[in-house]
Write a protein of this length. Structure first.
Length: 419
């Protein structure tokens, strides 16, 4: 055998082992606690391979045994020992870059939150300085958490706008005014950790698919509405990004082809101009000006919370004009989602952002519109619900991006780390 042949064979063995480890970790995440026999059945690997792989994971402290489970029939076979992931064996950092606010969390392997912090950033502040401040806050959060820094496998960042996940560049973020920012390279330099970057809605979709409402579904669409409107799509546990990483820009679907309001993308009549938080607040202010003594005007002027929360409060208090306006917004979003159902036919649509805050006001009309306008009975088959992680949905999604990239998809990386 030549040296070249030996290298090829060695490389193939390493590749196969990595593939098998990924399969085991995926099965454990989805089905833990489970037995070695069940892992073999689920993964299609031999029981010998499973035994060898799990032994290595046990040695690394990644997996633990939960104790024996009796065989199905008394006296037949040996008791099976259940295996589970050890959540605090490794950690990830999740960073959600929103408009005006950045959220940072540490999570374990189950995406349990540790030490969440946030950072407000005025839009006029230079983006590099905003991100430097964010990196400093990440270092502080890790130091204050009390965990071993060596156990942090990497950083996931969900960024607004169009992101190239291969280069980690935020190509354009219209709602922030950012363009061509090398986010991955900056954070890698500042933190000395592996970093991955993707669009924030895609990160949220992955978070729901891995750890939230979408764990048991094949096709999931996550739709996030706040300053902008975006969607993330997960099919068979894989993010769908499209040929130019632009899949999911549902906010720039044209809803009003003629006479619609201008959008920051340069088009007009986009969904974002109809159902985003700024659009709803603007419409509410116009309604309040028409009836300055009404409930809506009173809530906008003297209510508590953010502007959108005051709008929702006025609707809950019975302001009919506000209820009608919100119902129209929900109908527009329902139409866009019905079109999404016709194209994608997802099992589940998860709604985040203001759709969580105003779920009681928006969700019934959204669901009714999907049922009415989707083709045949496709709208009745899709499940619609709000996000699982509340205000931390974006940061959890970003952490899921890191866990998926640097742990579940790259087991060789964490096996090489000594904690």
């Amino acid at each position: 055998m030549t040296n070249r042949q030996a290298l090829v064979i060695g490389g193939n063995v390493s590749t196969v082992k990595s593939h098998n480890l990924r399969a085991v970790l995926l099965m454990l995440r989805q089905h833990e606690p489970t037995s070695r026999t069940r892992l073999a059945e689920l993964s299609g690997l031999s029981t010998t391979t499973i035994t060898n792989l799990t032994a290595e994971l046990l040695e690394q402290g990644i997996v633990a045994e939960d104790g024996p489970v009796m065989a199905q029939r008394r006296g037949v076979g040996r008791p099976r020992t259940l295996l589970r992931l050890v959540p605090n064996a490794r950690y990830a950092v999740g960073i959600h870059i929103g408009v005006g606010q950045i959220r940072i969390i540490l999570t374990d392997l189950h995406a349990n939150l540790l030490n969440p912090v946030s950072l407000a950033h005025p839009l006029e502040k230079p983006p590099e300085q905003v991100l430097r401040d964010t990196a400093a806050l990440v270092r502080e959060a890790i130091a204050q958490s009390g965990i071993n820094p060596q156990a942090v496998i990497g950083v996931g960042i969900g960024a607004s706008g169009l992101v190239n996940p291969l280069t980690g560049v935020n190509v354009v973020a219209p709602n922030l005014g950012w363009r061509d920012l090398p986010i991955r390279d900056w954070f890698t330099e500042w933190l000395g950790l592996p970093v991955c970057v993707d669009n924030n809605a895609r990160a949220m979709a992955l978070g729901e698919a891995m750890f939230g409402a979408g764990r048991d579904v094949r096709t999931l669409a996550f739709v996030y509405a706040r300053i902008g409107v975006g969607a993330g799509i997960v099919v068979d546990n894989q993010l769908y990004r499209g040929s130019a990483a632009g899949a999911g820009e549902i906010g720039h679907t044209t809803i009003i082809p003629n006479g619609g309001s201008p959008c920051r993308c340069g088009n007009s009549g986009c969904l974002e101009t109809l159902v985003s938080e700024p659009a709803i607040v603007r419409l509410a202010e116009e309604l309040a000006a028409q009836n300055p003594q009404g409930l809506l005007a009173e809530h906008l002027q003297n209510g508590s919370g953010t502007s959108i929360e005051r709008v929702f409060a006025a609707a809950r208090a019975g302001d009919t004009a506000t209820v009608t306006m919100l119902d129209e917004r929900a109908c527009y979003l329902g139409i866009a989602l019905a079109n999404l159902v016709n194209v994608l036919n997802p099992d589940l649509i998860v709604l985040g952002g203001i759709c969580v805050q105003g779920a009681d006001l928006l969700l019934p009309t959204i669901e009714a519109t999907i049922h009415q306008r989707a083709f045949a009975n496709l709208g009745e088959q899709v499940r619609v619900q709000t996000a699982s992680f509340g205000p931390h949905t974006g940061a959890v999604g970003a952490a899921a991006l890191a866990l998926n990239t640097f742990f579940y998809q790259q087991p060789d990386r964490f096996l090489a780390v000594t904690v």
